[in-house]
Design a protein around this ligand. Structure first.
Ligand SMILES: [Zn+2]
Length: 160
């Protein structure tokens, strides 16, 4: 399983036979059309995860609090990695975090990954009060509510 960063950064020879989800084709064409054309000719396998594995991946993302930071594509990749017992190639710490929870083997594209599972919370930029991380995927990523106490913006933070 290759995330879109891996599709762009990895040597072509390493990508042959990799699994990617259908959503990524469009994403790739938008970010790097030349790369997309090249990959199309190399037999990358486009797959779609089934609903059961999507539900499992969603549950894990909610459990870790990472759900507000991941996209539909990310979720599809996690689901498919779970379904196929495939190794996930990603530098996204949220995806690595969820993969660890799901027992999916993963590897970074270029950085060292995380070594333990994190939880996330929201912290107020004004008074510093902590709130639970949001439970629903947000269409506009990184948009959170304001603090219930002082009205300042909340931001996502790694829980200690
Ligand atoms: Zn506040």
């Amino acid at each position: 399983m290759l995330d879109t960063a891996a599709l762009i950064a990895w040597p072509i020879s390493e990508l042959s036979g990799g699994l990617i989800v259908s959503h990524q084709e469009d994403e790739l064409i938008r970010i790097s059309p030349d790369r997309a054309a090249l990959l199309e000719s190399m037999g990358l396998v486009f797959c779609r995860p089934n609903q059961d594995s999507i539900d499992l991946a969603l549950d894990a993302a909610k459990q870790s609090g990472d759900i507000s930071g991941i996209s539909e594509t990310d979720l599809a990749l996690l689901s498919l990695a779970l379904e196929r017992s495939a190794r996930l190639i990603t530098d996204d710490y949220r995806m690595q975090n969820i993969a660890t929870l799901l027992g999916i083997e993963w590897q970074g594209v270029s950085q060292d990954g995380i070594s333990e599972v994190w939880s996330w919370c929201l912290i107020c930029s004004g008074c510093g009060k902590e709130f639970d991380a949001p439970r629903l995927t947000n269409a506009k990523k990184k948009q959170y509510d304001d603090c219930r106490d002082c009205g300042a913006a909340l931001r996502l933070k790694k829980k200690k």
